[in-house]
Design a protein around this ligand. Structure first.
Ligand SMILES: N[C@@H](Cc1c[nH]cn1)C(=O)NCC(=O)O
Length: 412
């Protein structure tokens, strides 16, 4: 049930990607105003992670997940009938908040319902199922928008969400023996020290930087800049761009379970796996950006597959957080880690827009391949910072983590 609610959250999150042109007409907005929807959603999502984590530790995942699902349904309903840009922005903010309340709860439920050894794989499978929401938000949503129109298509998705929320209210339980759980009430001082203890553990910081470094390429391409980059920056047709972006999602779906198994078998080498994946990503992006003229299709395929693998690689960060924190701080440490990738993605989405405007002669959105080369090269700053921090905190985490206990599946 929780997984279905997460799939739906990812669907709602991604459901604007194919409706950009319709949104421009409906709300009479510019491309920059359209991009503001994505930025706002990422901003709200990232900003809500720590508060949501604290709420889950205090009120239990069931209550928070159902509140988030209700908010998502209502906000998506409001988006369906919004006719002005401010109303639509407000509705998307609600979608961002509801979305932010979902994934952390699902991971918290996994930690209670399943044996420790199965958690790495099930965490990855959760991410994988979520990605199917991105796929549903592509072709099926395009068809629904064409056949039903804006209000009915978004209205129908809101209704499905509200029905699932009602079902969740009936069947969701925090633990096999308890319908709902609660953590201890915490005064502000205790909240601060719990967060400080989480952040103070090098494992949480390692998880944060792993998440930060691995997922921004895929998120940025998937949510906003992938299509324009492939069409205007690399000379691909609209159809080819669609197939390439779908391949990226397929790579996430396939790589998730594989990485989940690897992490379960070799938890000590989690940061090595992430380092290899990020270095591969950097190498393939470098080949694409340095290629004279348009990069060949095979190279773009490899690059997008690697970006896709970055999605599940970011989930390894949650596993490091899980084994570095006690159960009472699990959700808040997950929130801290989850901020990493979404903050990096937000910075990149905004910075790419600014650089494209700066490098495009005469303004407008007729971006050139050269402008995209500059803009996409911004990723090197994020990779550089991320790799440095992963290396630093890997050394520190390895000093305090008991390798034998980790291998035996004994969490913090
Ligand atoms: N990186 C994602 C999860 C993922 C798994 N496979 C591809 N992506 C993540 O951090 N998810 C959090 C969320 O709310 O979706």
């Amino acid at each position: 049930m929780a997984l279905a609610l997460y799939l739906l959250a990812v669907f709602h999150r991604s459901s604007l990607a194919v409706a950009g042109l319709l949104a421009v007409d409906r709300f009479h907005i510019s491309a920059a105003q359209l991009a503001a929807f994505t930025m706002l959603q990422l901003l709200v999502y990232a900003a809500m992670q720590v508060p949501v984590g604290l709420l889950v530790d205090r009120f239990g995942p069931r209550r928070v997940l159902l509140t988030g699902a209700l908010l998502l349904g209502v906000s998506q309903g409001a988006f369906a009938f919004a006719t002005s840009y401010p109303a639509a922005l407000l509705a998307r903010t609600g979608v961002g908040i509801g979305d932010a309340m979902t994934f952390i709860c699902v991971l918290r439920l996994l930690a209670t319902w399943f044996p420790v050894r199965r958690i790495p794989l099930f965490t990855q499978l959760t991410g994988t199922v979520g990605q199917l929401g991105t796929m549903l938000a592509a072709a099926p949503m395009t068809l629904a928008l064409g056949a039903l129109g804006w209000s009915r298509a978004y209205g129908a998705t809101a209704l499905i969400g509200l029905v699932l929320t009602a079902l969740g209210f009936v069947v969701l339980r925090d633990a096999p023996e308890r319908r709902a759980t609660r953590g201890d009430r915490m005064a502000w001082g205790a909240v601060r020290s719990s967060l400080a203890a989480s952040w103070g553990h090098p494992g949480t910081r390692l998880g944060f930087w792993m998440h930060f470094t691995t997922q921004f390429s895929a998120t940025t391409l998937g949510l906003l800049w992938g299509y324009p980059f492939l069409v205007r920056g690399e000379g691909r047709s609209a159809g080819e761009a669609g197939v390439l972006l779908t391949l990226m999602v397929l790579a996430m779906v396939v790589a998730g379970p594989v990485l989940g198994q690897l992490v379960a078998l070799h938890p000590w080498h989690r940061s090595s796996m992430v380092l290899v994946i990020v270095l591969t990503l950097v190498a393939l992006w470098t080949a694409v950006l340095a290629w004279p003229g348009d990069a060949p299709l095979w190279l773009l395929v490899l690059m997008l597959l690697a970006c896709g693998v970055g999605g599940p690689a970011s989930v390894i960060g949650f596993d490091v957080g899980r084994t570095s924190n006690p159960a009472t701080r699990l959700a808040s440490s997950t929130g801290i880690i989850n901020m990493g990738g979404f903050t990096a993605s937000l910075l990149l989405v905004v910075a790419i827009g600014l650089v494209l405007d700066w490098r495009t002669p005469g303004g407008g959105s007729d971006y050139t391949p050269g402008a995209f080369r500059w803009a996409m090269s911004l990723q090197y700053f994020l990779w550089g910072l991320g790799l440095l921090q992963i290396w630093r905190y890997r050394l520190r985490a390895r000093r305090v983590i008991d390798r034998a206990a980790l291998q035996a599946g004994v969490a913090a």
